[in-house]
Design a protein around this ligand. Sequence first.
Ligand code: ADP
Ligand code: TZD
Length: 584
Amino acid sequence: MSSVLDTPPVALAAAPSAEPRPLTDGFHLVIDALKLNGIDTIYGLPGIPITDLTRLAQAEGMRVISFRHEQHAGNAAAAAGFLTGKPGICLTVSAPGFLNGLTALANATVNCFPMILVSGSSEREIVDLQQGDYEEMDQLNAAKPFCKAAFRILHAQDIGIGIARAIRSAVSGRPGGVYLDLPAKLFSQTMDAVAGRNSLVKVVDAAPRQLPAPDSVQRALEVIKGAKRPLILLGKGAAYARADAEIRALVENSGIPYLPMSMAKGLLPDTHPQSAGAARSYALAEADVVVLVGARLNWLLSHGKGKTWGADKGAKQFVQIDIAPTEIDSNVPIAAPLVGDIGSCVAALNAGIGAGWAKPPAAWVGAIAERRDKNLTKMAATLALDPAPMNFHSALAAIRDLVKQRPDAVIVNEGANTLDFARSIVDMYEPRKRLDCGTWGIMGIGMGFSVAAAVETGKPVIAIEGDSAFGFSGMEVETICRYNLPVCIVVFNNNGVYKGTDVNLSGGADPAPTVFVKGSRYDLMMEAFGGKGVVARTRQELARALDEAVASGRPTLINAIIDETAGTESGRITNLNPAKAAIK
Ligand code: ADP
Ligand code: TZD
């Protein structure tokens, strides 16, 4: 193998002077700049011009996780960013590799996850004159609409500053995706090694605290104090903020019922007595004051309007904690904005909720508890059933039992029905243990998120996947096997998108657009790469396979056969499908 590895990392210059000075190059400066900032893992896919960057990074002690498709490497980087609070790095080749990574970059930005997409590119002078280079593309401009910031580094001496800018942009304020363009020639540029080392920047206080204004805190406390039916709504920003103890104190000291959005589940255990999770509709419709903590009033919360929010029951007031000032009033007027980082804002509220704080009226707390307990009893009866074939509930009951035993496991979840049912059935007990389709409702995050969860936490990962959802990233089972990651994938196999029973309306031979090959053996995909594949037809078989997978830590794929009639079109968001026009 002939590569840069054949030469020592620091080459000696053939300078005419008596004292040759050591040199460094662009490859090493990129690696040194990342390492200096505590970044120790790269998710990527090699090729021109970054192959040697992946080799050298590994040689220099970084963990390099090499994927089969850049979108999944990008999703892994995004999940790593959410899980660690440091920007996850995705490294790709130019044009097509870059574009494959771009979906993940956009998704990270939409979800407020910090990541940096680093792509090799061809030379500016050729790109700008459109002279037709190998994989030519104006990547910098293509990336801009899809990320928080985009930078290009042209000179080796700017690598330190360029990477510092990328890191700070990704994690400060509202976190998000950053694009970093590295043209091929940059990597082989050399410079004096000492000057190179001195050009690197260790980012100081990358995501500084942002304290809320005291009068904003006062206003928020007044609004909360005036509430008769207050509710705290925790979003994934609250999970990201790592203010777990402050948030728990806010909930418990105020006595206010709370609702977690899906990725905020586990910030407090779902079994917490103040959880309104199983009385969601009632709590949203009836509350008179809602304290949003790192949750946007987007489509996932019906834009803060309409029937979901009890529009017919009178005005509602919102307190909103967010680091992005422009998020305030995005959908409805916010009575008390609290702009700052969640840790500081919640601490300020806690300071105002002193010993004399009046807990919310017992009638409100009691009404929520009553509905919650009724719904939980109903759900327990459903979960006790053991139908053959399995349905979503019985299969998820097995996973729910396992997570109760292993609350440290990370859950990755995508699909339609598989997502919606898992969100409400599988209780979470610890913060940042649930990763899912997020703000876009995107399919394809499954294997990328699973790889990052395993790599970053070292804990067991259980990927709960619709069979359609799994297909978007299924080839990465090879990656999971190659790195021998403790990932157990459960494919909810109901023979299609949503369900497997659709028919071709024309009566023709082609299958309907939403159905797959019946009885597909997803388990054999895992066997193909040396992992363990299991077919589970009953709840007991599924429970046993889950136990074995988690105990062994081996890559496992459980092909869980689900009643093909069980799903609902689009799961719980059927209402978002456009109505068919009544054309005669
Ligand atoms: P969910 O989908 O769970 O409702 P969203 O992704 O809609 O959550 O909202 C997350 C919000 O959290 C974003 O508006 C983001 O600006 C905010 N956020 C992220 N990190 C912080 C932080 N450290 N402090 C304050 N707000 C934050
Ligand atoms: N493409 C992308 C990237 N994201 C999407 N959300 C979709 C397509 C549309 N879509 C959904 O919104 S859910 C879904 C698709 C294709 C798959 C549902 O089928 P499934 O899950 O088998 O994964 P269930 O549990 O059987 O419903």
